[in-house]
Design a protein around this ligand. Structure first.
Ligand code: ADP
Ligand code: SF4
Length: 689
């Protein structure tokens, strides 16, 4: 289909200082859990974005010097000449598709405890490092400032040598030295770098001027600036100092990349924000500068993007997560294939890669992080190797993705689902408070499958082992999911919690099914991801008095990795949920529960007419076990393989189920040696490039 002319504006070139972007799609800097540890992986991933039509593709933050070392987080580095070669590889991958490569030079100041380099951290004034390390930063004297400027300049020159087209000066996310200087709460200096806003801005201005002087002839010099820290008058606000900074520097950089900080606000999840959520903060910037302005807001809809441009809010559509979920988003708009867009669901599983120091993964895009090591491409997959047909049982994320990817390979696929509605857990969970966007996991795959004549879908078809055998498909994939346990077995309890077999004990499946329960309710969360908190929210919305009990120190502890923990606990407190942290559920009584302090074991009672166990799930593997129980029967039925994938093998996150479905489809019909590592490794003993 030809492109809708309404979207033509998105494909206009944009001049950025001495360089020109071929369209308005701009992949802003984003970390990826790979960084300097897996640079070949990063280069391949960025190259795919360029191939997918992003006119500008940036690095993650790129440390300029060993005094800015955020180990164990793996970011980019341009500390010295050795890093130039590494970064050049990423630049080449981006240039190969006609895009511009940007590098986000950073000094993290008091946010770098320098665990690897052991350098003394630097700050505007003596103070504690922001990480919970027992490490303090040294207030910089004038010679430190001169050194910093020289080092930043040297890194800019290395960036140019590596071939970058856009070089950033970075004052964002509250984690960067220029931001620390700008901030009244960090900068207590009495010299010309402290006091007035003009003084606090001096270092940032100097860094921009130095960078322009060093590389501005060939490279655009971009600024990333958080116009609002969302902490009120103690910080930078769009109404006051954020605006004044843009006024004071207006024409100095070649491009303004603006957002809010901290990172949890900038990368807020769909549970807490809508598409375009940053506009109220960043909208003013364009009125103060003639230079191109880039901003983000989890943009996946071309109409929203066009609206940003037409209404004079942005010149370029910045994206991190939408480009992760669909590296080919620009191409799909360009080619009029909107129905093929894989929209980001705003879950921040990608972000968790940075915190967990592992290559990022994406719920929607199972090829993310696999471009180099498994040679997976988001839009290409090998054709089928036989005419074998496949029966996929279960249309949750694992089954849907297996059917979609097998279908793309050309296999004849039959997808059978017990329920009338497809989507499995994502359909159920998307009805919980704040999780509506998660239905996109189902919608994208269904949309794709519906276009495939070789994939047939049968809802309302619960299959048993006899039926599966009778159908006569040679290959069976079981994606039958998992069921929440009601007995409390999980991390804390390896045996059932006493009293958990009572009728007033429920599970998240019961809540999602809309079962009525009496209050007050105790939710026992030994899962520590989102489910306990959304169940509590759902119950409060139904009018119940809710207490959330968790053995962890805070609610939904794992969501620190998705930047949500603070927002989740705040929301529960604001909605009146009572939180009892660092307590175990010792037993369930008829109208109360017994809690035990995780440190002392001291027991207390709490009223509970109902209890919801949010602990672990049991795989729905009965069908698998029945089929595998009788190999002779399988052989007679002509069944060559029975494979279980996703939650019915081992319950996990949705991203893992999608990955399992995809991996099955990729590997199907190929010879896999399960003793071999299934991907290329980088690092010690392994070639990087
Ligand atoms: P996953 O995350 O692994 O994809 P889900 O729980 O989301 O798992 O999806 C599993 C799907 O399998 C559910 O929609 C469920 O109704 C379906 N299912 C389970 N058992 C059967 C069966 N015997 N026949 C057909 N569908 C089944
Ligand atoms: Fe979007 Fe989630 Fe993928 Fe991140 S992991 S890009 S938030 S869908």
């Amino acid at each position: 289909m030809p492109r809708d002319p309404r979207y033509d504006i998105l494909f206009e070139p944009v001049k950025i200082g001495p360089v020109t972007a071929r369209n308005r799609f701009y992949q802003v800097p984003h970390c990826n859990g790979m960084g300097h540890q897996f640079p070949a992986g990063v280069a391949a991933m960025r190259g795919v974005k360029a191939e997918g039509g992003w006119a500008v593709v940036c690095t993650e933050e790129c440390e300029i010097h060993h005094t800015s070392d955020v180990t164990p987080h793996a970011e980019a580095r341009l500390w010295d000449e050795g890093d130039v070669r590494v970064q050049a590889r990423m630049v080449e991958a981006v240039h190969a598709h006609g895009s511009l490569a940007g590098v986000e030079l950073v000094h993290n100041g008091l946010s770098s405890p320098n665990r690897y380099s052991r350098a003394v951290p630097l700050a505007p004034s003596d103070q504690i490092c922001e990480a919970y390390d027992p490490v303090q930063a040294r207030g910089m004297d004038k010679s430190d400032i001169r050194d910093l400027r020289r080092r930043h300049r040297a890194a800019a020159l290395r960036a140019r040598q590596a071939g970058f087209d856009i070089v950033y000066c970075y004052a964002g996310h509250g984690l960067t030295l220029p931001m620390h200087f700008l901030s009244r709460r960090h900068n207590r200096r009495v010299d010309e770098y402290g006091g007035s806003l003009e003084n606090r801005l001096r270092l940032f201005r100097e860094l921009i001027e130095d960078t322009k002087d060093a590389v501005g002839d060939r490279c655009a010099v971009a600024v990333r600036f958080a116009v609002d820290e969302l902490i009120g008058p103690d910080g930078i606000t769009a109404a006051a100092e954020g605006r004044e900074v843009v006024e004071m520097l207006a024409e100095l950089p070649d491009l303004w990349d603006v957002n809010v900080s901290d990172w949890s606000h900038d990368s807020a999840t769909s549970r807490f924000t809508e598409e375009g959520f940053q506009e109220p903060y960043t909208a003013f910037v364009k009125s103060l500068t003639s230079k191109p302005v880039v901003g983000v807001g989890r943009f996946t809809s071309p109409d929203s993007m066009v609206s940003q441009i037409r209404r004079g809010r942005l010149d370029m559509i910045g994206a991190a997560r939408p480009s992760i979920a669909d590296p080919f988003l620009p191409k799909k708009i360009e080619e009029g294939r909107l129905e093929d867009i894989r929209e980001c669901i705003g879950c921040n599983i990608c972000v968790s890669g940075d915190f967990l120091h592992a290559p990022m993964r994406c719920t929607q895009n199972p090829t993310m992080g696999e471009e180099y090591r498994r040679d997976w491409h988001p839009e290409r997959i090998a054709p089928k190797t036989s005419d074998d047909s496949v029966l996929v049982v279960g249309a949750g994320p694992a089954g849907l993705e297996a059917a979609r990817a097998l279908g793309r390979r050309g296999y004849a696929v039959t997808l059978a689902e017990a329920e009338t509605e497809l989507g499995g857990r994502v359909t159920r969970e998307s009805r919980l408070p704040g999780l509506a966007a998660w239905a996109r996991v189902r919608d994208y795959r269904l949309q794709q499958i519906q276009q495939m004549p070789n994939v047939e879908v049968y809802p309302a078809s619960r299959l048993d082992a006899g039926q599966v055998r009778d159908f006569g498909f040679p290959h069976i994939v079981l994606a039958t999911g998992a069921t929440w346990r009601g007995d409390g077995v999980g991390r804390k309890h390896h045996l059932a919690i006493p009293g958990s077999d009572a009728d007033h004990v429920f599970t998240p499946d019961d809540i999602m099914a809309g079962r009525a329960l009496a209050g007050p309710v105790v939710v026992f969360d030994d899962d520590h991801y989102y489910m306990g908190s959304v169940v509590a929210e759902a119950l409060v919305a139904r009018g119940a008095a809710v207490t959330l009990v968790t053995p962890a120190a805070d609610v939904a502890h794992w969501t620190h990795n998705t930047l949500e923990q603070h927002s989740i606990q705040k929301r529960l407190l604001e909605r009146g949920v009572t939180i009892v942290a660092q307590h175990d559920l010792a037993s369930v009584g008829t109208d109360s529960v017994t809690l035990a302090c995780v440190f002392t074991g001291r027991e207390t009672q709490r009223d509970a007419a109902s209890v919801v166990m949010v602990t672990t799930r049991a795989p729905n593997d009965i069908l698998y076990r029945h089929l595998r129980a009788d190999p002779q029967n399988l052989e007679t039925a002509g069944i060559a393989s029975v494979t279980r994938i996703g939650d019915c093998q081992a319950p996990g996150i949705i991203a893992a189920a999608v990955f399992a479905g995809h991996a099955f489809a990729r590997d199907f019909g190929t010879d896999i040696d399960t003793d071999e590592t299934p991907f290329l490794r980088e690092g010690a003993g392994h070639s990087r490039f």
